[in-house]
Design a binder for this molecule. Sequence first.
Ligand code: 9GP
Length: 782
Amino acid sequence: MSKKLLHAGPLQHDEVLVLLTSLIKDQLLPHTRDAKPDTSQKQVYYFSMEFLPGRFIETNLLNLDLLESCKEILRAHHYNPDLIFQSELDAALGNGGLGRLASCFLDSLAALDFAGHGMGLRYQYGLFEQKISNSKQVELPDKWIGEDGYPWEEIYSEEAVTIQFGGRLVSGYKDNRLTFDVIGPERIKAIPYQIPILGYHNQRVNYLTVWQAESIPGQQPVEFEAYAKVKRKAEEITEFLYPDDSHYEGKVLRLRQQYFLVSAGLQRILTSFFKSDDHQIFDLPDKLSIQINDTHPALIIPELMRVLVDNYKLGWEEAWNLTTSVISYTNHTLLDEALEKWPVFLVKEQLPRIFLIIEEINRRFCLEVEYKGLEDWESFADLSIIYQENIHMARLAVVGSHTVNGVAKLHSSILKNQLMKSFSTHFPNRFTNKTNGISHRQWLMNANPLLARFISELIGDQWKTDPQALKDLLKFTNDPDVLLQLSAIKHANKIRLVDKIKAETGHDIFVESLFDVQIKRLHGYKRQLLNLLHILYLWDVCHEKPEAIKVPRTFIFGAKAAPGYLYAKRIISLISSVAEQINQDPLAKGKLNVLFLPNYNVSQAEWIIPAADISEQISTASKEASGTGNMKMMMNGALTIGTMDGANIEMTELITTEHFFEFGIRAEEVLAYERNGQYSPREIYNQDLRLQKVLQRLVDGSITGDTVAFQDIYYSLLFKGDEYFLLKDFGSYVNVQNQVQNQFLDSQTWQKKCLINIAHSGYFSSDRTISEYATDIWGLVP
Ligand code: 9GP
């Protein structure tokens, strides 16, 4: 136990937390440290460059069935459990949806009693801490690991492995085989840290292993400066999380991070595999599955080939069959900017043997395609893994996997039928869909205890282990008492949020107002700017026809922009500046309130989501692969205003469009415009007076007093093509927002819609998603 606790007087919040954490750990970890892995079950390894677990204390207590009793004990000792839980560090080893999905998946794997583990990196600095200063985003380092380390992890130094980069490749011939040796590689130590992931009431303990890079002692040159350089070069591999989820820069460091993860992870998996005496290399596909989360870990394909061919001396075909039987790939985006390509020269220099293997994979694949009779030679431009001196990682991932899935129906269908059409023609059975999900334990049971308790009072506890049983709530859609109580719960959650915001920012919020929430990464396609244009429109209404604002609204934004994504940062400035003006405008008082909450993260989301009335899911159709914030807010009884994009479509299939505020052009139209280049924002502008007024605000000085301050945004919409079709959708967005306010006035009908949303949200539990992966991709027996 930490020495810090040895003092007189009552314990501080963080000290109680330390105590609780060590109690949980002491119960679990001694038994597992030296335990042989249970290999009776097939093992699944989820490789991801990002995990975004947030805080663990409540999740772990809930899973151990100790949460309620623990809260009671704390209260009996005059502690506020919320304050204690909040003193835990929020581990932010991810950027957004992709990393959070990975954490929900680990939660579900354990809850469903599968042996499913995560493999990631132990970045010293997680996603940056965001401050807003003079309406601008400022990024501060997020040193998430405390002085005493991270309380949930356990270091396994004795199980460190070595990773090799660079060196000179020398081929030879021995025992009738070609051999490859790398002379003089740079060698780096990878140290595993394990974080336990507990199953829900089932005693399962899985692990998230995160790797840290260190230089290897004894290898360094003697001179101090050279020594420091080598040390630094090794350690920088796990220093920073790339603060970017869709703009990938061709950074050497990122490539090194990716290879470091897959090489370390694979060594650990194989060591564990061979701990079982009866395991043979050919048993790999029966005993384990590897899922790669986006293309970031796709180097595991050539790495596994290297290990099988060079170390285990398998023939190419044998090795290839094993590799492709073990690995499967999830695609999370169609955005070209996020589809990774690595320059050939870089991979050759950093990973010479891996490059050779990728070349061979590509050579064989192209021959196979040609042999099948591909007449259209131009298609090689779409198919070749190596093309124009770049390695296309998504192509490598598709060729080297047995299954490729998208994350919502529309996304999977565009992936299969458009973006990767040549591949799906060649591999007709490889492409599939697995619509994303969220952990209902984390996002309903933990984040919204009032609602969770109420649901159990109405329909019992079955939904906790079978979330689709939430449908039983449909019995109550016409029960006025139930609807009233639902509204009271929302109100209580709104008060909780209002108090927290007041305490943290000093900002007053009118709790009776409609809470209109958009919380997600800041990106052009997510269209926070469209939301803002509507706010500017409402601002005009406050001045010109105030009686038209029948429902006061509080707009809540939370978003981080990648530090290098300047346009996204400009949007943050705009939102903050507009918020400042509106919030001090007497004519908008009591009608409009705009908040940009700094440093949006998982813990903040847990407060905001239960309090949301409206969930903004307004991406340009076809661009948001799935979205998961949409599911979280639906499960917490918010109504969605959204486009027919990502998982929104499946939401409307479940609840019907009557209980969803739909607007905007459809994916086909967007894709058609992108093909034919005939979209003219100017034409729309000329025809819409409301839009003209709103856009004028950007350049008439009414926001900051400066007419040029937001000219760039104005130009991007009117003269630079409006890439994300904001002007096209503005009219229908404003109209449907008007329906929102009219319907909000009828509280009972509104609550009925909320209840219908909650009742159908069980489909979006990640338990459903993981069951589908398990049966269809990993071949697991539940
Ligand atoms: O943009 C997608 C988001 O729509 C999806 O919900 C999430 C999880 O599947 O992945 C995001 N993609 C990325 O972060 C980058 O590929």
